[in-house]
Design a protein around this ligand. Sequence first.
Ligand code: MF3
Ligand code: CO
Ligand code: CO
Length: 247
Amino acid sequence: MRRAGRFNAQLMDFVRQHVRPGITTEEIDRLVYEYTVDHGHRPACLGYRGFPKSCCTSVNEVVCHGIPGPYVLREGDIINIDLTTIVDGWYADQSETFLVGEVSEEARRLVQCAFDCMWLGIEACRPGGRINDIGRAIQQHAQSQGFAVVQEYQGHGIGRQFHQPPDIPHFPRPRNTERLEPGVCFTIEPMINAGDWRTWLDRRDGWTVRTVDGKLSAQFEHTILLTEEGPEVLTLTQHGPQKGHRF
Ligand code: MF3
Ligand code: CO
Ligand code: CO
């Protein structure tokens, strides 16, 4: 899992350099595909439950699972790029939201909030602690900023499979007393909405998830290994935003 995380992080470092106005999401997808197979690995998204591309590109009001296509990024957009690689049978999953050129103050604040929510969730993980501690930390911060936490999509266990138990909700679930034991790998990937927390699935393509009110959504994701000492972030990138980063 450490090796998978390291490769996926390196892929994110590569992709990050190309995000700018004028590139299409399809071109980003091609970079992901080529870099991954050139290194002898496989993009997990490609063919996953029929998903047609090698990564998810979710622009502005798209919450998650956006399909790369002819859309041209333009100044003021925010785009989440979600990358998952299979390295020798092991999965690593991470995403970042990028500001394309200059963006509105609202967009910047939302991206900052999603990033801080992810780190607060990571820091809430303790061996033997409760899964609900993660969602409580995330929900509290999002609400304090006037934003809302998406409930329909959650973090997940990860390992030999893309998605496996346990579910990691980004808000506290009543009556969930499940604990996290050392040795477990899972993702924390809060989706934070500027307006309403609710989403709708676009049935035209079967994948794209949007906010119900058309307002912005932002997300960050890391794959975590919980050790006896605490959380170890397996997909931390050398060149990407570190904890405490200001957008
Ligand atoms: N990477 C997403 C996650 O964080 C899942 C994408 S599934 C796909 O769990 F099929 F849309 F690629
Ligand atoms: Co995930
Ligand atoms: Co992901």
